[in-house]
Design a protein around this ligand. Structure first.
Ligand code: NAG
Ligand code: NAG
Ligand code: NAG
Ligand code: NAG
Ligand code: NAG
Ligand code: NAG
Ligand code: NAG
Length: 389
């Protein structure tokens, strides 16, 4: 077993076959239409339409809402245009749900919804990717003032005219975490203790988007009730059969329970399912794997990889359980089920266009994050739809 080295977003256990497995997308568990736990599908709310089930369709006539020249919030590593990505084909697709239309993001409509409100993202750099897409989509109408310093673990952006606040809270495991002082790169995950970095502010949020997955593939030790119970990619002095699938599932369980048991959460709680980690082809992330496709898959042309599927299943199952408790507790909890749509976009990552060719990067080919502009902008089409509901 190769131990993953310390690196942002190591999909360490993901090995992608170069072969595309041709199987029916809809036969994947949790992805069939009737089975999909789309938001609003339980209790009194009647689902209008499942916006997460669909296809990417050609849309050559609608240019993106922004470019690398008009939006200044694009993280360097996702600025694919700047770093010379030659094909712009990946911008010419639109997400089309099967049974309805998903309106394109409308910044004015968004601002009408969020006046005097706070939206928080808690998660990892994919949450930041999502937030930066949102800031870019809004930049046509307004620009925020940053209220925090560069190095703060929480970033706060404020839109004065609308009194709208966006927070991004670094919490890649959603539970309390310690990195041992000796810089071993081994995280201690307290699987039954929610991360206070987001939990402490949750009563003040009007919307909160929780997400995570990638960091569970790092070296970590698992603690419950303060006791070591297992670990992943580490030598342990105890016998344990727990895996990263367990730590990932328990972290979601703990985070969602903490919200339901909090007592004063007024926010719409949006659980975003994972962004696929399986788009490396021709090798793993550290063995020359890359994502060089220039077009989306159709939904019948690919299927979810092992770890993606296990994490996805864990997230959906934990959401379903938590949603029942949320209904009792009066918490508005919804699933933002973006995984299926993004699984079809191996063409939307920076690949080698997240840095100059001569710059050395541990993740030389980034098949994890998303170019801006790019398919990840659809997350905000979906977000606005969820928020308007
Ligand atoms: C935007 O991308 C173009 C190439 O498409 C590049 O020449 C330019 O420097 C980039 N600008 C910024 C601000 O990133
Ligand atoms: C925001 O709050 C202020 C002061 O409470 C109020 O005057 C204003 O109408 C509110 N704006 C919106 C969009 O809710
Ligand atoms: C801004 O919104 C907050 C609630 O999020 C409210 O307490 C405050 O009064 C508002 N400020 C203004 C100037 O409307
Ligand atoms: C660093 O910490 C890890 C985890 O606690 C431990 O396994 C390792 O032996 C430590 N290394 C040193 C050099 O102390
Ligand atoms: C086992 O390892 C954990 C974590 O490094 C440590 O806290 C604990 O004291 C160790 N237990 C024994 C019996 O060595
Ligand atoms: C792990 O071990 C426990 C008992 O020690 C057992 O109940 C459980 O089924 C095992 N899990 C797996 C995945 O093997
Ligand atoms: C996928 O579906 C499309 C459209 O329905 C069809 O043309 C194509 O042959 C299918 N591909 C596979 C591999 O089944």
């Amino acid at each position: 077993m190769v131990l993953p080295i310390k690196l942002l977003f190591v999909p360490a256990t993901v090995f992608l076959s170069a072969l595309i497995i041709l199987s029916y997308f809809t036969s994947v568990p949790y992805l069939s239409y009737s089975d999909l736990p789309y938001y609003g599908s339980y209790f009194s709310r009647i689902p209008k339409c499942d916006i997460f089930q669909g296809e990417w369709v050609p849309d050559a006539d609608t240019p993106p809402h922004y470019t690398n020249e008009t939006c200044s919030y694009i993280q360097e590593h996702q600025n694919c245009m700047k770093y010379g990505r030659p094909d712009l084909e990946f911008l010419r697709w639109r997400w089309q749900p099967s049974r309805c239309d998903l309106p394109r993001f409308d910044a004015d409509k968004f601002f009408r919804l969020v006046g005097n409100k706070t939206l928080a993202f808690a998660g990892d750099s994919l949450a930041r990717n999502h937030m930066q897409s949102l800031l870019c989509l809004l930049s046509k109408v307004a620009s925020p003032k940053e209220l925090t310093e560069r190095t703060d673990p929480i970033k706060i952006m404020h839109y004065e005219r609308y009194n709208f606040t966006v927070k991004i809270i670094w919490s890649p495991f959603l539970v309390r975490t310690e990195e041992p002082d000796n810089n071993s790169g081994v995280f201690k995950l307290y699987l039954d203790e929610p991360d206070g970095r987001w939990l402490s502010g949750v009563a003040g949020f009007d919307y909160v988007i929780l997400s995570g997955a990638n960091w569970f593939t790092r070296q970590s030790m698992f603690y419950e009730r303060g006791q070591l119970v297992g670990g992943s990619f580490v030598a342990l002095n105890i016998t344990s059969n727990l895996t990263l699938r367990y730590s990932h599932r328990m972290a979601f369980r703990t985070a969602l329970r903490a919200i339901n048991e909090h007592g004063s959460v007024k926010a719409k709680v949006i659980v975003r399912t994972l962004s696929p980690m399986s788009h490396f082809e021709g090798g793993s992330w550290d063995k020359g794997g890359d994502c060089r496709r220039t077009q989306p898959y159709r939904s019948n042309e690919t299927t979810m990889g092992d770890l993606d599927l296990d994490f996805y299943t864990g997230q959906v199952e934990e959401f379903r359980e938590a949603e029942k408790a949320a209904a009792v507790a009066g918490v508005d909890m919804v699933l933002m089920d973006t995984t299926g749509a993004m699984l079809l976009r191996p063409d939307g990552h920076p690949s080698r266009y997240g840095h100059w060719p001569e710059e050395k990067r541990v993740l030389a080919n980034d098949c994890i994050h998303w170019c801006l502009p790019g398919p990840v902008d659809a997350w905000n089409d979906m977000l606005l739809q969820i928020m308007s509901d």
